[in-house]
Design a protein around this ligand. Structure first.
Ligand code: SAH
Length: 263
């Protein structure tokens, strides 16, 4: 009998291909089959063995190249063929990545698997934008929230389950990082304002964080939907709501002043 191959559920990091872990790279190099997602930087596939089978499982909002069940079926089938399998996902596999469902499916079949974490886009994009998610005296907590459970949301990796408690999040958390929220920005903004979040709260939009195409904009919660429309914000993007978002501007001003002094 063939021994089932190890399945590694791997985080590829937030976009910049250099932000992958050493452990993830080692798994990629050893893989015979790689199932990768839309948000994975394809440059990373260059690290894989030339003979490795590369399977695109891309899902864009609302349209699925492969259903979650099909992906899980393939992970199991390749493992049972004795293949060394890597399931490569954008960011971290356990943060809105459906990695948990895949781990459960593998565990249920007794398939050996491991999970290799990645830098989630909230962490990567905030760092690359000069927005500290916590900041002494300003932000003592942050939360990663899906925006796709708002009215009109999709059934993406954040979909399903009970609605998000914007009433509680508006007050209990200092910095909110909202994934998959671009399509529902108006609803999210309205929910937070309705539940007492100040319209003056600094709010950032980060598109394609950590990549060469990154764009970051800072506005206020009251105005953010207008900004998003004006700049034609597109996916993948994050919404960061909280006083910490204003630190970006402070950093830029200080850098500018220093450059003027030095120059
Ligand atoms: N597992 C991933 C999240 C997948 S859900 C992670 O840990 O980052 C997909 C959502 O992630 C997108 O809708 C977007 O909100 C966010 N996202 C992923 N990559 C991003 C990037 N480079 N810049 C901004 N947002 C990103």
């Amino acid at each position: 009998m063939i021994r089932p191959g190890l399945v590694s559920i791997v985080g590829a990091g937030p976009g910049d291909p250099e932000l992958i872990t050493v452990k993830a790279l080692k798994a990629l190099r050893g893989a015979e089959v790689i199932l990768y997602d839309r948000l994975v930087n394809e440059e990373l596939l260059l690290y894989a063995d030339a003979r490795a089978l590369r399977i695109y499982c891309g899902k864009s909002p609302g349209q699925h190249a492969m259903t979650q069940e099909m992906i899980q079926r393939r992970l199991i089938d390749y493992s049972l063929e004795g293949k060394r399998v890597v399931r490569l996902k954008g960011g971290d596999p356990f943060v809105f990545g459906r990695g948990g469902e895949e781990a459960l499916a593998l565990a249920a079949r007794g398939i050996p698997y491991e999970v290799i974490p990645g830098i989630t886009s909230a962490i990567g994009a905030a760092a690359a934008s000069g927005i500290p998610l916590t900041h002494r005296g300003i932000a003592a907590s942050f939360a990663c929230v899906t925006g796709s459970r708002c009215p009109g949301g999709t059934d993406g990796p954040g979909g399903g389950g009970p609605p998000i408690r914007w009433d509680l999040l508006a007050h209990a958390v200092d910095t909110l990082v909202i994934y998959m929220g671009v399509g529902q920005l108006r609803e999210i903004r309205a929910e937070l304002l309705k539940h007492g979040k100040a319209g003056t709260t600094p709010t950032a939009l980060i598109e394609s964080g950590t990549t060469g195409r990154q764009r970051t904009f800072v506005s206020t919660l009251a105005e953010v939907h207008k900004l998003a429309a004006a700049v034609q914000l597109s996916n993948p993007a994050l919404i960061v709501v909280g006083e910490a978002a204003a630190i970006r501007e402070q950093l830029r001003q200080l850098q500018h002043q220093a450059a003027v002094r030095i120059g």
